[in-house]
Design a protein around this ligand. Structure first.
Ligand SMILES: Cc1cc2nc3c(=O)[nH]c(=O)nc-3n(C[C@H](O)[C@H](O)[C@H](O)COP(=O)(O)OP(=O)(O)OC[C@H]3O[C@@H](n4cnc5c(N)ncnc54)[C@H](O)[C@@H]3O)c2cc1C
Length: 442
């Protein structure tokens, strides 16, 4: 059976044990909203027509959550607060880099999602929460809630690659964006690839439970496929902090060998200790690597909002929220839930995981609003990865999770790996994305 890597498994049992041991937060563990620039007026929204549920974040978790909360309890008055004006998908963005699809495939309208599913889209940034008076503060005013779901995703941890000075972090973000958060980073990488004339293009895979385990390996394949097609004399240097490819290992190794020999230079077990932006060099414990251009992916942590709200589990290396790992509510507070990539559970940080998980949590909140309880259900991680762009060929994994109540840990369960690529799986990759966009936006 497929197993979690030792590193992720240690992280897995460590974080869940830490959560189990964590003590309840005070009932109003909120920071000073005055200091944070929050408006202390009520936001200009219609009066709630039923129990108001606020969903923070319009990503894969929040969009699914808003739709299914309304479906599970039509009396809920659902407001989704999202700081971006347009949705841009991370999944399929690697294929877009290689021109398999156009930008319109990735972009979708928050307004249509809200209109089609009978909830309110509030384009604002959440800066604070007062759990005592049940208020969410935004720069446009506060909104009262009966239930609150926080799904703000991730932020990067540049200290993990030895970059701590704020000026250096800005340089890194602007010159060598990771491309694992949606929007400008992807556009910037696309521009880099269009202008790349040859030499070494550096990609990196971080340690820990980073967003989209196969993402860096898929990206290496897509960038290498561009070099091959455009006859660019370049190589993709992929520096991996892990001892080996973290998922779909056989498939990716075989693809690197068959399609990209001499183009992809894979360097496992190399933890980046520092980056010299001026000299275009990354240093690991053992080596220094020069590059001509790069997209550098540091480790991830839960979105800063979770820390701002005082919700971080004290032992969480990735600053994830202190929640009941089976019921998703903040410890000691059944009104506030955390889902998606900000969760502390060691599930694969993927869109499909977030989508299936949100359906369960929406049912759970609806059940609790009626005084009922639900047993934990595993999310489902279905993840396709393209290995060639033309023709489009993919490999995939389909997995669930099981919970061990004795040591309070999770492990993969019912894992199906498809590591032999073909064009049918390539088309299934696109169909999977179309299906999930339909699920979130129609
Ligand atoms: C290149 C790439 C390829 C991927 N490929 C796949 C794939 O093939 N299959 C797959 O299943 N997954 C894939 N993923 C992973 C997937 O994109 C993430 O796991 C998923 O987006 C997580 O959903 P989320 O809702 O937790 O976070 P997000 O989708 O990041 O959403 C979080 C949202 O919260 C908003 N937000 C944050 N803070 C605030 C605030 N204070 N106020 C208001 N709004 C806020 C953000 O703007 C954002 O829109 C890929 C990711 C990348 C980067």
């Amino acid at each position: 059976m497929f197993k979690l890597s030792r590193r992720s498994f240690l992280k897995l049992s460590g974080s869940s044990a830490a959560v189990a041991a964590g003590s309840a937060l005070p009932s109003s563990a909120f920071s000073s909203s005055a200091k944070m620039g929050a408006s202390h007026k009520a936001a200009n929204l219609p009066k709630a027509k039923g129990p108001r549920v606020i969903v923070v974040g319009g990503g894969w978790s929040g969009l699914t959550m808003a739709k299914y909360l309304k479906r599970e309890n039509p009396k809920f008055d659902v407001v989704m607060i999202e700081k971006r004006a347009t949705f841009m998908s991370c999944p399929i963005s690697n294929l877009w880099l290689a021109d398999v699809v156009g930008l319109e495939f990735l972009q979708h309208s928050f307004l249509d999602a809200a209109k089609n599913n009978n909830y309110i889209f509030f384009n604002a940034t959440v800066v604070d929460v007062d759990r005592g008076s049940r208020k969410v503060y935004t720069e446009q005013g506060f909104v009262n809630y009966d239930y609150l779901v926080l799904a703000p995703g991730i932020d990067y941890n540049y200290a993990s690659i030895g970059v701590t000075d704020p000026g250096d972090i800005v340089e890194m973000q602007q010159r060598y964006p990771a491309g694992f958060m949606p929007g400008s980073e992807h556009l910037s990488i696309k521009n880099k690839l269009a202008e790349f004339e040859g030499g070494t293009f550096l990609l990196t895979t971080p340690a820990g439970n980073y967003r989209c385990l196969p993402g860096p390996y898929e990206r290496a394949c897509m960038v290498a496929s561009i070099f091959k097609k455009e006859k660019i004399k370049g190589k993709v240097l992929l520096i991996d902090a892990n001892p080996d490819i973290t998922i779909k290992k056989e498939g990716f190794h075989a693809a690197f060998d068959k399609f990209y020999k001499g183009i992809i230079d894979y360097q496992p077990g190399q933890v980046i200790k520092s980056v010299d932006v001026a000299k275009k060099t990354v240093n690991t414990e053992f080596e220094s690597y020069k590059f001509d251009d790069a997209a550098i992916y540091p480790s991830v942590r839960a979105a800063r909002l979770i820390e701002t709200l005082g919700l971080v589990s004290k032992d969480s290396m990735q600053k994830e929220a202190n929640i009941d790992v089976l019921k998703y509510n903040v410890i000691g507070d059944n009104r506030v839930y955390v889902t998606g990539d900000a969760r502390p559970m060691p599930f694969s940080k993927s869109g499909n995981t977030s989508n299936s998980e949100a359906k369960f949590v929406a049912r759970l909140i609806a059940a609790r609003s009626r005084g009922k309880e639900l047993e934990w259900e595993s999310p489902n991680t279905i993840c396709y990865s393209a290995v060639t762009a033309d023709p489009l060929q993919s490999i995939s994994v389909d997995a669930y999770y099981k919970y061990n109540s004795k040591d309070k840990s999770f492990a993969f369960d019912r894992v199906k790996m498809f590591q032999d690529w073909d064009t049918a799986r390539g088309q299934a990759n696109l169909e999977w994305a179309r299906g999930l966009y339909r699920d979130m936006f129609s």
